[in-house]
Design a protein around this ligand. Structure first.
Ligand SMILES: [Fe+2]
Length: 410
């Protein structure tokens, strides 16, 4: 079986540009290609990896380093060289040439490092380096430096220094972009978090249920072989699965006992209400959240709601969250029930295999050993099944007329 999201939502199809490197590039062409790659970088790790490789290729040097300023120290974050240099090491600004270019805000070109007092010779003796060129990243207030090294005596040319400085200037812009992207991403995730919290606030002010469901769904997504990116998208979108609760009145939402048929019909509207709130977004996460909100109460055998979808016609994301949602509801205390012992919950998930849940997902879930992966309540092992089982069967999301299935969760 091939695991995939529904046709409407295709993770990874983000439309990011890719660039084809021409077969023959001169140094200027190489620089343009690097700038294009830097424009797509989304993390500092991406930037340093791109820059360290490019810095060496641009000049044909025997080695290159990517150095970041950390307070009063230089951190040699990455390198690409014929033999190891100082990757992962830190040196005081005052005791390294990268520190010198940052403090002086100008480049350094040294044909013979052992004749230059700015060089900490002891740090260089174990290396191949005879000559170097070093330029600051961001000239006004340097945040790092890029170095080139040669194994034989070499007088760095003005053109080499100009190329390195152009790379450093582009690197400064790329780092600023990464910080901006991370800031926007953090704000976006916080907004999603608070939106999910709004939906949960009336009956779970701690927000713990949605957090646990999201984590379990993430682990299950990983277990069935989805990419880290797709699993992360599910992790971000899953907390919004019950956003439609906003449309359910307190009298029904907080009712501890059985629901009437009409109350249950009201509850059954929450998937579409959640989807309606989320629909029309250009955001990949919100598109996936809409899919999950509308499908997490569908059953594998077609007896779920709101659309009575069955089997593979239920979006994979909804099938994943359905398992995570029910397992969490079973294993944790609710106003209408005690927490089930984990073995009873697992047995219930297994019982509903190919009935409520995708059978292959259930198999993968049981392989996860959920008792060790999920944050269970301290007293879960003390809770006995029996009456609790029946209480779940009459949870707020079931009705007198509904089958007595524990798969009714919020
Ligand atoms: Fe729900």
């Amino acid at each position: 079986m091939t695991w995939r999201f529904s046709k409407r939502f295709v993770p990874g199809d983000s439309g990011l540009l890719t660039f084809t490197r021409p077969a023959r590039l001169d140094q200027a062409g190489e620089l343009v290609a690097v700038v294009q790659r830097l424009s797509l970088a989304r993390s500092l790790a991406d930037v340093q990896r791109i820059v360290a490789r490019a810095a060496r290729r641009l000049t044909g040097a025997d080695g290159a380093t990517f150095v970041l300023r950390e307070g009063e120290h230089c951190f040699y974050a990455d390198e690409d060289a014929i033999s190891p240099l100082w990757k992962g090491q830190r040196f005081p600004l005052e005791a390294s040439i990268s520190g010198w270019v940052m403090l002086k805000r100008k480049p350094a070109a040294i044909a013979d490092i052992y004749k230059d007092s700015r060089i900490p010779h002891d740090a260089y003796r174990p290396t191949f380096v005879k000559s170097l060129a070093m330029v600051p990243i961001r000239q006004l207030r340097p945040i790092g430096a890029i170095g080139n090294y040669w194994a034989s005596t070499h007088e760095p040319t003005e053109r080499e220094l100009a190329l390195l400085q152009a790379l450093a200037d582009s690197t400064a812009v790329a780092i600023e972009n990464v910080y901006t992207y991370q800031h926007v991403e953090a704000a976006r995730l916080e907004t999603l978090h608070r939106l999910a919290l709004a939906a949960e606030y009336r009956d779970d002010g701690t927000y713990e249920h949605t957090e646990r469901v999201a984590r379990t769904a993430f682990l299950l997504a990983q277990a069935i072989g989805l990419s880290e990116r797709d699993a992360s998208l599910i992790h971000q979108a899953a907390p919004l699965h019950d956003l439609g609760k906003l449309a359910v009145g307190d009298a029904v939402l907080l009712k501890p006992g059985r629901l009437s048929v009409s109350e249950f019909e009201h509850v059954k509207k929450h998937p579409r209400a959640g989807a309606a709130i989320l629909t029309g977004s250009a955001s990949e996460v919100l598109q996936l959240a809409e899919e999950i909100a509308s499908s997490h109460h569908e059953w594998w055998d077609g007896s779920g709601y709101p659309a009575a979808l069955a089997g593979d016609s239920i979006p994979l994301s909804g099938r994943i969250v359905a398992v995570a949602d029910v397992f969490d509801a079973l294993t944790h205390i609710r106003p209408y029930k005690q927490a089930w012992p984990i073995n009873a919950a697992l047995a219930e998930i297994r019982r509903l295999r190919a009935r409520q849940f995708d059978p292959e997902l259930v198999d993968a879930f049981l392989e996860l050993e959920p008792g060790r992966l999920v944050d269970l309540p301290d007293d879960w092992h003390e809770s006995a099944p029996g009456a609790d089982l029946d209480l779940v069967a009459t949870s707020v999301w079931s009705a007198d007329s509904a089958p007595s299935d524990s798969g009714s969760t919020d």
